[in-house]
Design a protein around this ligand. Structure first.
Ligand SMILES: Cc1cc2nc3c(=O)[nH]c(=O)nc-3n(C[C@H](O)[C@H](O)[C@H](O)COP(=O)(O)O)c2cc1C
Length: 395
């Protein structure tokens, strides 16, 4: 792995249990947030004896969850389940002997211990306790068991403890814990310094002010490419005709509607970028005449004459000036042969041949064909994974 790691777009649940070291969790939280993570704090009852939820609510910008049975929590009626949705990591720091024992035995008697069971994501504990507790047979047995269940440990340090004794049991340093998190779930910033232009969505060609000719593209593929490239450190501009309203942190989005507008936006932005990924499903045809008023049903039957839209990739390829250009092909028959033809005709660096089932779906099965003729087939995978495989091969 090369380059810096980022936690951008990562959802982390930070569990805090009842130790003196709980005050250090505020520094862990600040550091994770600074590195781009979306952090949700969950506190046990004992943890709240040491530090208040207000501190964590303020620093995280998210509600601090303390009660599984909170009747006033209408936004999250099942926090012990819904909080784990989309979570990349459950970090318990500090972790008491008590939570370690619960994790090792499957006890779920409060919000944090229940989340440990409902979260399928990676889990890391940073235990902290008195040396005698740490060295006790049962704690060591629980540690072993928890490890065997897949929980990673950032082991405590040797040093002076809150009780004045010297020995092993002090929570590992904040920097060590954050570094462990970065190594576990961080994304490499291997595209730092690159500028990438991405298009997404199916264009709409107006027939009259309310009707259009469109296609089934959701824009998901372009969105995932923009998301993945931004996470990997690139400066990303997305030209989108998609209806998706998802947050893409760090991505500059320009909304367009028609093929003509998309073509104009690509020409405007391409000179400031190192690469173009044309994931949009641009309409091949547009009505020759657009009615300025809504066409009445009684005016039918209607014959709409269509004219070809501008070939965006074709117009770009003659003027690439060293930029990397990636196109997409989606065909109902002879996919690879047609994709190879398009790659050559449009002088692309790579073409991604999409099975027609990818339209509007969350997953896709693609083949990537490079200008040297190599064809790499990928299994059915999420479009986010496909996006990363495309970016892997582009630079
Ligand atoms: C002042 C004080 C400090 C404590 N420090 C620790 C500690 O460092 N590690 C630990 O495992 N338990 C510690 N405990 C005991 C836990 O708070 C206790 O076992 C509690 O039940 C843990 O609950 P929780 O795991 O749900 O947060 C401490 C208790 C007190 C009163």
């Amino acid at each position: 792995m090369t380059g810096r790691l980022t936690l951008r777009n990562k959802k982390i649940i930070l569990g805090i249990t009842g130790c003196i070291a709980a005050y250090k969790s505020a520094d862990i939280l600040r550091s994770l947030v600074k590195k781009g993570a979306d952090v949700w704090v969950v506190m046990t009852d004992s943890a709240q004896e040491f530090i208040t939820p207000l501190t964590f609510r303020t620093l995280s910008g998210n509600p601090c969850i303390t009660d599984m049975f909170d009747k006033n929590n209408e936004t999250m009626p099942l926090p012990h389940i819904s909080l784990s949705d989309g979570a990349d990591l459950l970090l318990v720091a500090p972790a008491t002997a008590n939570i370690l024992g619960k994790a090792a035995s499957g006890i779920a008697d409060d919000i944090l211990s229940t989340l440990l069971l409902s979260c399928s994501c990676k889990k890391i504990f940073a235990p902290a306790m008195n040396t005698k507790m740490w060295e006790s047979k049962i704690v060591q047995d629980n540690l072993k068991k928890a490890r065997s269940l897949g929980i990673e440990m950032v082991e405590p340090d040797l040093g002076e403890l809150a009780c004045g004794q010297i020995g092993k049991g002090r929570m590992a340093q904040v920097e060590m814990i954050v570094e462990h998190v970065e190594k576990a779930i961080g994304t490499v910033q291997d595209l730092a310094g690159k500028r990438i232009l991405v298009t997404a969505g199916g264009t709409k060609e107006l027939i009259d002010p309310v009707r259009f000719i469109g296609n089934m593209s959701s824009g998901r593929m372009g969105y995932e490419i923009a998301r993945a490239a931004s996470e990997r450190g690139a400066v990303v501009t997305l030209i989108s005709s998609s209806e998706l309203s998802e947050d893409l942190p760090g991505v500059t989005i320009h909304a367009v509607q028609s093929a003509g507008q998309m073509s104009q936006a690509v020409k405007e932005h391409l000179p400031h970028n190192d690469a173009l990924v044309m994931a949009a499903a641009v309409s091949d045809f547009s009505p020759s005449k657009k009615s300025s008023r809504k066409i009445k049903k009684g005016e039918g039957p209607l014959n709409i004459s269509l004219e070809p839209t501008e070939d965006i990739l074709g117009s770009v390829s003659g003027n690439k000036k060293g930029k990397i250009v990636v196109g997409f092909a989606l065909e109902s028959e002879d996919l690879i042969a047609n994709a190879k033809k398009k790659l050559k005709e449009k002088q692309l660096d790579m073409i991604v041949a999409n099975d027609i089932s990818a339209f509007g779906a969350k997953d896709s099965r693609v083949s990537m064909i490079e200008k040297n003729g190599s064809v790499k087939k990928f299994p059915m995978q999420s479009k986010y994974d496909t996006a990363n495989r495309i970016l892997d091969r582009m630079f």
